[in-house]
Design a binder for this molecule. Structure first.
Ligand code: BG6
Length: 477
């Protein structure tokens, strides 16, 4: 692997501590980092290199999935870490940064390959990218890459504007947009697993009656009121993670050819997604917000009583949608998606329901998290499931990469320059295009906001969305 310098903006932030350092450490333990690797952490606060390293060590102790036992290994890993103070708005700080990076590159005798990871709020993306460009940080003899995290824009117009600005500093080929759902082992191996599952069960894919994709969370807004109250479930989860799951699933079925490029295929899916009109959004979309309720035996407050949230907030914490892909294979198969906060359980799961004549339904279930696996299950249908015997699940296959954190895979891919599992601009733009009428309908209050009790599976209107077509959400026990 080529040597590289990892330039981390937001090095004292939460994402760095929880995800980036543990992922880098795991890559180090697995010998998947370049042999000449250096990390320059950037932040506004003054910190010595030593304090920075000991903060990183602390985050490994708290969040790493490998036990941090061997002090020597940690010490070796931390040798690559330096800290540098930077105010993202001050151009002279970037000039100083360039010097620091060049000195390190010289010291290590490495090619100036630089990965700029923006682990900061999206409001800083444009400024940082422009300053990297203007200061000459990116015009080295090696490669340069920009890694950013969602959200990529707030709506279609702002996403286009942001992208235009980024493109003044970086080519599309140099921009790595992280959607961590694309780094999940089950999502990456979905195609391979589905194909083996389908052939084992001798089920023909054209017999699919419906698909449902759920990402249910028990957490509420936590300390993220400032961000979340402007984003809502639609921007926080749906426009990105949920539509990515839909794309990954539908490009893999019925028979994807390995040589086709993922980005191109995803674009095709988004182009065949039947567009919504803001006037009939409420026919296809259910918008919800959690009220007070009980989760795992504990009382929790409703969304508008959360710290930092205005009492009159109309922000969505839940969305259920009915989608249709207009291509010859999928045109008769409704696809239902839902995601929400403060629901009964934490689970991300895809259920493929097969057509059947009798009361028994064949289901193919892809568990994406927290458990991972792909299962076949023959189940009795019906809403009154309390008196139904627990059906037998047979596990068809499971991923070899189980337990691996999405950030390990994605950071490694960015270091080796593999963009397969990053969000490409085309699909991001098409996702915003599809979502825009929903944003308009929400803004103009054309779609009612349904309050659901915390600890439930969302508003009952989300059940009715499926009942209209003769289906129900599976596994809402
Ligand atoms: C993030 C959202 O992108 O994904 C969070 O901002 C959400 O609000 C999280 O909780 C869910 O991710 P996972 O991997 O726990 O399903």
């Amino acid at each position: 692997m080529e040597p590289a310098t990892f330039v981390l903006f937001g090095a004292t932030g939460d994402l760095a501590k929880r995800k980036i350092y543990p992922a880098l450490f795991q890559l180090f333990v697995d010998q998947k980092l370049p042999s000449s690797f250096s990390l320059i952490g950037l932040g506004r606060r003054e910190l010595s290199h030593e304090t920075f390293r000991s903060n990183v060590e602390q985050s490994l102790i708290t969040f790493s999935r490998s036990e941090v036992k061997d002090a020597d290994v940690v010490k070796k890993f931390l040798r690559a870490f330096r800290y540098h103070v930077l105010d993202v708005d001050r151009k002279e700080d970037y000039t100083k940064l360039l010097q620091v990076i060049e000195e390190r590159e010289e010291e290590l005798n490495i090619t100036p390959n630089r990965m700029f990871y923006l682990s900061v709020g999206p409001e800083f993306f444009e400024t940082i990218a422009a300053n990297i460009h203007e200061s000459g940080l990116g015009s080295a003899n090696g490669w340069k890459r920009l890694v950013i995290e969602k959200p990529f824009g707030h709506d279609l117009v702002s996403a286009r504007k942001l992208n235009h600005k980024l493109n003044q500093a970086f080519d599309e080929a140099e921009i790595y947009r992280i959607d961590h759902y694309l780094g999940k082992p089950m999502v990456q191996q979905m195609g391979q697993l589905l194909h083996s599952a389908l052939s084992e069960q001798d089920l023909r894919t054209r017999d699919i009656a419906s698909i449902q994709i759920s990402a249910n969370e028990t957490l509420g807004v936590e300390e993220r009121a400032g961000y979340y109250d402007h984003a809502g479930a639609i921007r926080d989860m749906f426009q990105n993670h949920m539509l990515q799951l839909l794309m990954m699933l539908t490009i893999e079925l019925p028979n994807r050819s390995a040589v086709e490029e993922v980005g191109k295929l995803k674009r095709k899916v988004m182009k065949t997604l039947k567009p919504l009109n803001k006037m009939d959004v409420s026919h296809h979309i259910v918008r919800g917000q959690y009220g007070a309720g009980e989760i795992k035996g504990g009382q929790v407050v409703g969304y508008t009583d959360e710290p930092g949230i205005a009492l009159e907030s109309q922000n969505d914490t839940f969305i259920a949608a009915r989608l249709q892909v207009n291509d010859p294979f999928w045109k008769d198969t409704p696809i239902y998606i839902r995601t929400g906060k403060r629901l009964k359980e934490k689970v991300t799961r895809i259920v493929i329901e097969y057509k059947s004549r009798g009361p028994l339904k064949d289901l193919l279930i892809v568990e994406i998290g927290p458990n991972e696996g792909i299962f076949f299950q023959r189940s009795q249908s019906g809403q009154e499931r309390s008196d139904i015997e627990m059906p037998v699940r047979s596990q068809l296959s499971f991923t070899k990469e189980g337990g691996k954190d999405a950030y390990e895979t994605l950071i490694h891919d960015a270091l080796i320059g593999d963009k397969t599992y990053f969000a490409h601009w085309d699909e991001v733009e098409l996702s915003w295009e599809w979502v825009q009428p929903i944003l308009d309908a929400y803004r103009e209050n054309l779609t009612p906001l349904h309050i659901y009790p915390a600890g439930s599976y969302g508003p009952h209107e989300a059940d009715e969305l499926l009942e209209r077509d003769g289906f129900h959400w599976w596994f809402d026990f």
